[in-house]
Design a protein around this ligand. Structure first.
Ligand code: SIN
Length: 284
């Protein structure tokens, strides 16, 4: 059922903890401030918002992204020709490894990670290739007061070494998307384990299996059991929603409080998406 609070759009929630479909907007057209305010409200409330039947040129995709902030240029993955702020996320029928095929939060390996990502489907498999999303507010809310008190004092080390570094497995096997580490080392950055969302003030867990290596001041071996326990809470099915793509679908998610996972269940078919990533702020 649509929510009543909006003047310019229709918002239909998809799952209890996150996700809503947005109707009544053509994202290829300039957006009024009233429309943007409604969309922004829906984004903060539902953490991931979905649109159908949108036809965006790269320029229109970038213009929509710029309504939310400055745009990121990925430090390791080659961008679309002529558009450094667009990632072409492609899996060819001959490939086995996909991009984003594990739970993560985009760009947590940066000193200033991403606010949000805007993914536009160009070509999708007949069946499969859905994306899962999980609320990290819900994961935090589920923890006991004792564990919350322990985590409040912790920080964690994030890095893209496993994904994009010399020993990183996945990028090397993905022929259609070039990635490259410039220099010898992939940097590490430290963020609080519990993040207070800069706009909503809500707390959420800010760790993820792809980019969080260990707790600051702890060894990897010491960190593993607690990280594994937390990851299990973070990906609990009840805190997720699942999106079935069609050509022209768009998803925009809030990396400050959401994980996502691109399912890799469509070998032999082609999937082609374009992503614009909005820069965020220092994690607090
Ligand atoms: C990503 O991790 O940004 C890719 C998500 C997807 O392709 O569904």
């Amino acid at each position: 059922m649509a929510e009543a609070a909006y003047k310019t759009i229709t918002v239909k929630p998809l799952a209890p903890h996150l996700g809503a479909e947005i109707h009544g907007l053509d994202l290829s057209q300039p957006m009024s401030n009233a429309q943007f305010d409604d969309l922004h409200t829906a984004f903060l409330k539902h953490h991931v918002i979905f649109f159908r039947d949108q036809t965006l040129t790269p320029e229109q995709h970038l213009a929509f992204g710029r309504r939310w902030g400055t745009l990121n240029i990925h430090p390791y993955v080659k961008s679309m020709a002529g558009h450094p702020e667009i990632l072409e996320i492609i899996k060819e029928p001959t490939e086995r490894i996909n991009f984003g095929g594990g739970w993560h939060s985009d760009m947590s390996f940066l000193e200033v990670p991403a606010l949000g990502s805007i993914l536009h489907a160009i070509e999708v498999p007949e069946v499969g290739g859905d994306t899962l999303f999980a609320s990290q507010y819900a994961a935090w809310d589920a923890l006991s007061p004792g564990l919350k008190a322990t985590l409040e004092g912790l920080r964690a080390i994030h890095s893209a070494a496993e994904e994009y570094g010399a020993g990183g497995a996945s990028s090397k096997k993905r022929a259609s998307m070039d990635s490259e580490v410039v220099g010898d080392e992939v940097p590490e950055y430290e963020h609080p384990v519990v993040r207070t969302h800069p706009e909503t003030g809500r707390k959420g867990l800010y760790i993820n299996p792809a980019f969080t290596l260990r707790f600051a001041g702890w060894t990897k071996k010491e960190s593993r059991p607690l990280l594994e326990y937390l990851f299990e809470v973070c990906r609990r099915e009840v805190y997720t929603c699942r999106f079935r793509w069609q050509p022209g679908s768009i998803a925009m998610w809030d990396n400050r409080c959401v994980w996502h996972y691109a399912l890799n269940d469509y070998h032999g078919a082609r999937r082609h998406m374009r992503r614009v990533t909005v820069n965020g702020d220092v994690v607090r």
